[in-house]
Ligand binder design. Structure first.
Ligand SMILES: [Zn+2]
Length: 503
């Protein structure tokens, strides 16, 4: 390649693409390593996505600014360095601020703390290092820019194509179905959670606005707890309390990035150690395996939302993926389909049925945890016609929206109630209903301007922490009883443990 005279546009464009592509691919690899250490799928995807985005930015920069005054080698080298530096430093600044705010500040300035502020001060220093590295890469690659661009393009595409899903389909171990020498005799345990279902929305709890015939019928065959309280007003800490029998302050799964500590015994881990088969079929990103909620389950079937940009499970927290997801959901309501948010109840139930069906006739008792999202926003109209309201599009609705939103919420509850009816019929058909402990509850409630706000995770008023709790004890003990004494979701674990004779 000669630098005498005018430099060809192709070299200018490929220099931009190669320099920025390589520099951003390194950032992508570093970020994916931060989320999922040594995961091939995360590393390949991080390289591929960031590499491609870098190439597009570098190419674009070349088109806009690369045409003039590049006749000397010196000027061209300076250009090559700069074209790699600009997108890299830009992404570093925005991405690292986003990650620090989310992971260190826990999304609140009040929680920033010493290290949170210290990390913020390190951003410019990091930007300086990024700039120096990117400049070096840009200059080195410009000597063979077409070849370098082709190699980075191929590697990026290969990374995206071969990253895989990072998820293996759970399969139940044949061992679980082997007959025991003598039947175990302890009850199976089924916990069914409807996310964000407030207690007073059920007919069984006095609602006149919502028709919940199946839940109401179940309540007459169960014990209804009138004063059941969650330990939190959003999913992760509340479900962690169900699974560990501990308050959030003890189990420590409090913030968005927290995972359940490895050292904490869970209902699933103790039951599995004591001869139960533990299975789960769940949907809600807060219950993704990465947060440790699946620990102790023999099979933990997590059904995530449809991945944006085809990101594997291990790479969904990458800044660019998250940014793209939020932008799509917020500004392109055409994306308002259930699978963008969670898996439909029918899918969660189908897998649960496949897992529980064979276990129903096995001598070994089982523990099944099922978690549904129908009653969580977005609230879709039924029959489904694409009408929905979603928090991501409208975080702070006006109070006069309460009736309209509640009517959509009602439709979701009624839709889920009919699915719940199928579950109970199935458990009866399989002979589980009378032998098992069956718990139906919610992780928290939902607000409809009761105190001026909407959604959940915002306050600890009754509409957010009072939950329905219907418990069918083995052999229908106490069926039809109504209890007014206060109980908490942390009481579920000791109740289940004592029936399972786990000491
Ligand atoms: Zn929830």
């Amino acid at each position: 390649m000669s630098f005498r005279g005018n430099i060809s546009p192709l070299i200018i464009l490929s220099t931009g693409a190669a320099g920025a592509g390589a520099a951003l691919a390194i950032l992508g690899v570093a970020e994916s390593q931060y989320y999922a250490k040594w995961s091939f799928s995360a590393l390949a995807y991080g390289f591929g996505l960031y590499g491609l985005v870098g190439m597009v930015l570098g190419f674009g920069y070349g088109l806009l600014f690369g045409g003039k005054g590049r006749s000397s080698r010196r000027a061209f080298l300076a250009y090559a360095g700069r074209v790699a530096v600009l997108p890299t430093v830009g992404l570093w600044l925005v991405g690292s601020a986003f990650i620090i705010y989310r992971d260190l500040w826990k999304e609140s300035i009040a929680r920033a703390g010493f290290w949170g502020w210290a990390a913020l001060l390190l951003i410019p220093a990091g930007a300086f290092i990024c700039a120096a590295l990117a400049r070096m890469i840009g200059k080195v690659l410009c000597n063979r820019s077409s070849i370098a661009a082709a190699i980075i393009l191929v590697l990026s595409l290969a990374g995206l194509l071969f990253c895989g899903s990072g998820q293996s389909t759970p399969e139940i171990n044949e061992e679980f179905y082997r007959p025991l020498e003598k039947p175990d005799g302890r009850p199976s345990i089924v916990i069914i959670v409807a996310d964000a279902l407030r207690a007073d929305a059920l007919g069984a709890y006095g609602s006149k606005k919502v028709a919940t015939p199946n839940l109401d019928a179940f309540s007459t065959e169960a014990t209804r707890f009138n004063q059941a309280w969650s330990t939190a007003s959003w999913t992760r800490p509340a479900v962690a309390s169900i699974l560990t029998g501990q308050y959030p302050r003890s189990h420590q799964a409090i913030h968005k990035t927290d995972r359940l500590p490895e050292s904490l015994p869970t209902m699933a881990s103790l039951l599995s150690l004591n001869g139960y088969v533990s299975v789960a079929s769940v949907t809600n990103v807060n219950l993704a395996p990465v947060f440790g909620m699946g620990r102790g389950f023999d099979v933990y079937a997590y059904h995530g939302p449809k991945p944006f940009l085809s990101a594997p499970q291990t790479a969904r927290r990458l800044f660019l993926v998250e940014l793209y997801r939020l932008a799509r959901l917020r500004f392109f309501p055409g994306q308002r389909i259930v699978s963008s948010y969670y898996a439909e109840g029918e899918q969660v139930w189908e897998v649960a049925r496949e897992l529980v069906g064979p276990l129903a006739t096995a001598a070994r008792p089982f523990f099944a945890y099922l978690h549904f999202m129908e009653t969580h926003d977005p609230y879709f109209a039924h029959p489904y016609d694409g009408t929905a309201v979603a928090r991501v599009e409208n975080p702070n609705p006006k109070a006069d929206k309460a009736a309209e939103y509640f009517d959509l919420y009602r439709q979701e509850i009624e839709h889920w109630d009919s699915l719940f009816g199928e579950m109970i019929t199935f458990l009866k058909d399989k002979g589980v209903f009378d032998r098992a402990l069956i718990v139906v509850t919610a992780d928290h409630g939902e607000e409809f301007a009761d105190h001026g706000g909407f959604w959940h995770g915002t306050t600890l008023f009754e509409e957010l922490v009072r939950v329905p709790l219907l418990i069918r004890f083995p052999q229908g003990a106490g069926a039809g009883t109504v209890r007014d004494d206060p109980v908490s979701l942390i009481d579920l674990m000791p109740t289940a443990m004592s029936l399972a004779q786990v000491k």
